[in-house]
Design a protein around this ligand. Sequence first.
Ligand SMILES: Nc1ncnc2c1ncn2[C@@H]1O[C@H](COP(=O)(O)OP(=O)(O)OP(=O)(O)O)[C@@H](O)[C@H]1O
Length: 367
Amino acid sequence: MTTSTAPSASGTTDVVLEADGLTKHFPVRKRGRELLSRKVRAVRAVEDVTLRLHRGRVTALVGESGSGKSTVARLLAQLYPQTGGTIKLHGEAVSDAASGKRFRAYSKRVQMIFQDPFASLNPVHTVRYHLTRALKIHGNAGKSATEQEAALTHLLTRVQLTPPERYIDKFPHELSGGQRQRVAIARALGADPEVLLADEPVSMLDVSIRLGVLNLLKDLKERLHLAILYITHDIASARYFADETYVMYAGRVVEGGESEAVTQRPAHPYTQLLIESAPDPDRPAAQEKDGGTGEPPSLINPPEGCRFNPRCPYAMKVCAEKVPPRFAIPADSGDGDSTAHFAACWLYGDGLSEADKAKLREPEEAL
Ligand SMILES: Nc1ncnc2c1ncn2[C@@H]1O[C@H](COP(=O)(O)OP(=O)(O)OP(=O)(O)O)[C@@H](O)[C@H]1O
């Protein structure tokens, strides 16, 4: 059974931001003999991505480097125009927010946090400058100096940089990586947004402080009911931190659903590979896989059908011919919402024999 609309793991209708069929192709500059050809070459970075972000929920977008995660975030932030598909905020199409005024109105509601807290703050300006600017741009600085000061104090307290007076006049170089990322988050909150798009917000931080920043984002989700997109390479952190998880491979979403289901009962062979190759302290090192055979494909000439098919141990003829739609994965108990978990994989297609499905549970035999 295919799922007609993008399934929501939450079952809620409180969708804040949604993408349908989102596609981004980056044209490649022609060289040499290509100059004579009319053919337009492009990096097909994001292809037909459908996802929903819900109020008060964290949605993880997981995948290896180059799978298109950051491009999805930048499209959702309207930093790039999309090649195809639609983006809706509270049901209203926002595809052309590129112009100054409309972009500002949009970015007030949808804010982005970048991976590198060292690059995202201007080294010649203090925390006060960064936060005041954000408050002013988005009309949240109040009507008097006292109100502005109160708004600054409130922002720093929100991101647990307390007492605020210890941080407010510091320059970025006087702060640790974790503190800088908290300032970047405070700056985003200065817009009073509904959506935070967090592009690998902890991957450049020391392991010891990552959890603190993730817990802060979780706290913001709960207190401010923000819809958060959490982009990561680390599927283990998605289980801990995200309510829903989508897995991307080579520009396409291959699996999605409640994080618990996706991480504990991964259905797509790529998700299984991702989980098997993630470091796990409870598993002997000898059992860890090395990421499987092969490399991610070229996105200029991606494989026909399922983009994972050249690496997939279960690949069938159809996998190299047709792009698989999203197939619902029934809950273990059989009584769950079967639309909550899906995999874009022909192994779950109608007509697949029980013997073929059983192979999925016995990967060694299938190989
Ligand atoms: N501005 C651009 N011009 C051309 N190609 C681009 C551009 N931005 C991204 N790409 C290509 O699009 C593909 C997806 O890149 P993207 O950065 O979205 O992946 P990612 O999953 O976020 O990777 P990482 O985890 O390394 O950031 C890559 O092949 C990348 O080289």
